[in-house]
Design a protein around this ligand. Structure first.
Ligand SMILES: Nc1nc2c(ncn2[C@@H]2O[C@H](COP(=O)(O)OP(=O)(O)O)[C@@H](O)[C@H]2O)c(=O)[nH]1
Ligand SMILES: [Mg+2]
Length: 389
């Protein structure tokens, strides 16, 4: 509920959107926050802005540390098909998990806080790799690492939550979910989704594409709402069931969805307890995959790669040159990707010079079928692109 924000606060938000550097963004966000009136309807927005501010300040610190070479950097370069942050409360077994699955040399101990910085390792799945990142613990009510770990999660592709079966996994899940939600990170796909794209070129006005349902109000209301934030040149896309509030939320970019996998670790101790807790978590977490596992004994983790691949909604495509052999390593793309995306990732000129593509694989009716740029590829396709000249 963020409607009825006074004009002054809206104007301040515009400054936040226009901010170019982190410093500018921090200043603008501070001013925005002080212009938001304090009442129930703005409570979530204020909480989110406060946390975002803390994260940005951390990011600024982080940048200074990297530049000076002093202190611990939290930045991890993405590698492989996707970056997945492994998070949880202290001692749940995050380091053991990443170490056993990837061989990353991360410190493991019986006492809390041994892991002081993110440590990446690569998990092999079929012919691709996922980057898993071991992290220091998240703790309820503002643990010292929370903002930095949450910053990592915000920039990652997915998240693995490690819960400790020797404590109370269900409670741990609620604690982590709560900490993440306070920072605007959702673990479940919302029923509806709003995407606001700023049109850089041209003056197209406010365009609304409705691919779902607006629960209240009209398209004109959306237009007026955008204009009240001086967004005169945007494309608003609506998927699923969405309220006007959701549209306004989207202006603040305040909520993002991160695909999540839950691991109830130390299931070697009292497996029946682990099952009970898995059931309780399942009841509230919709379709989030839950694994009962023992990181220490490397049990119950056989399906992790496959689950990550499915949860991230990926496809592998093998390119080949005309008369050449098929590439060993696939391109990894999001499901729904087209020949256009394949061409673009091979070479930027390929789209311009494109003639046609030939495909062998599940997305076509017969081997070697010719297709155009908008053809949707599927996992396992072999793609041969023909260009002019
Ligand atoms: N019984 C059991 N102990 C585990 C398991 N995984 C980790 N541990 C132990 O839990 C403690 C904390 O592990 P660590 O990986 O450092 O946890 P982190 O703080 O989450 O990184 C260590 O003593 C591990 O040996 C497991 O699957 N079963
Ligand atoms: Mg650790």
């Amino acid at each position: 509920m963020v409607t009825n924000l006074p004009a002054e606060a809206r104007a301040k938000w515009i400054k936040v959107m226009e901010a170019k550097t982190i410093e500018e963004k921090i200043r603008a966000l501070e001013e925005f926050l002080s212009a938001v009136p304090k009442h129930k309807g703005t409570a979530n927005l204020r909480l989110w802005a406060t946390r975002r501010l803390a994260e940005l300040r951390e990011e600024l610190e982080e940048r200074r540390r990297r530049r000076s070479g002093k202190g611990v950097s939290f930045f991890v370069e993405k590698e492989g098909a996707a970056q997945i942050v492994v998070a949880g409360l202290p001692n749940s077994g995050k380091s053991t998990l990443v170490n056993k699955l990837t061989g990353a040399r991360t410190r493991i101990a019986d006492y809390p806080f041994t892991t002081q910085k993110p440590i990446p390792g690569m998990l092999k799945y079929k012919d691709i790799y996922f980057q898993l990142i071991d992290t220091p613990p998240i703790q309820p009510e503002g643990g010292i690492w929370n903002n930095r770990v949450i910053g990592l999660i915000r920039n990652s592709d997915a998240l693995i939550l490690v819960l400790d079966n020797t404590r109370n996994p269900f409670e741990e899940f609620l604690t982590l979910k709560n900490e993440l939600e306070k920072s605007g990170i959702l673990l479940y796909k919302p029923r509806g989704r709003v995407v606001i794209e700023k049109n850089r070129a041209g003056r197209l006005g406010v365009r609304v594409t409705l691919m779902g349902k607006l629960l209240e109000g009209t398209i004109d209301d959306i237009r007026r709402l955008m204009e009240s934030y001086r967004l005169y040149n945007v494309h608003v896309k609506i998927y699923g069931e969405v309220s006007l509030d959701d549209v306004e939320q989207a202006i603040f970019e305040s909520k993002i969805y991160k695909p999540c996998i839950i691991i109830i670790n130390k299931a070697d101790k009292d497996p029946s307890k682990a099952r009970k807790h898995a059931y309780k978590i399942h009841e509230i977490s919709r379709n989030t995959p839950i694994l009962l596992a023992s990181a220490k004994h490397v049990k119950g983790l056989e399906k992790l790669g496959e689950i990550l691949f499915k949860t991230l909604d990926l496809v592998r495509v093998y390119t080949k040159q005309p008369n050449g052999s098929v590439a060993d390593k696939p391109l990894v793309l999001k499901r729904g990707a087209t020949i256009y995306d394949v061409a673009k990732s091979i070479h930027k000129d390929f789209v311009k010079k494109f003639k046609y593509a030939k495909i062998w694989g599940p997305s076509v009716k017969y081997p070697g079928e010719k297709v155009g740029l908008d053809h949707v590829v599927e996992d396992g396709d072999i793609v041969e692109i023909h260009v002019k000249g």
